[in-house]
Design a protein around this ligand. Sequence first.
Ligand SMILES: [Zn+2]
Length: 84
Amino acid sequence: MTPLIAATATSTDATPALLAIGLLIAAGYVVACWIWPFRACTRCHGTGKFRSPSGRTWRYCNRCSGKGAQLRHGRRLWNALNKH
Ligand SMILES: [Zn+2]
């Protein structure tokens, strides 16, 4: 009985609820980008370097210049907006 009531409730006024959920997720994403501005580099998976097959030598990642971190898209947008 409960899923049926929930289904009818969402079908009548789904748009405001979906908007609120979307805004909540967006706000959460902005806060997360503020607290944790970096994500692991996609090229080196956050290690910052590539090991040779022998495992004894390595080179630094070119994408993140050895830091293993990349700015997240939200934070990059935030920096671009706050530059002026
Ligand atoms: Zn990297």
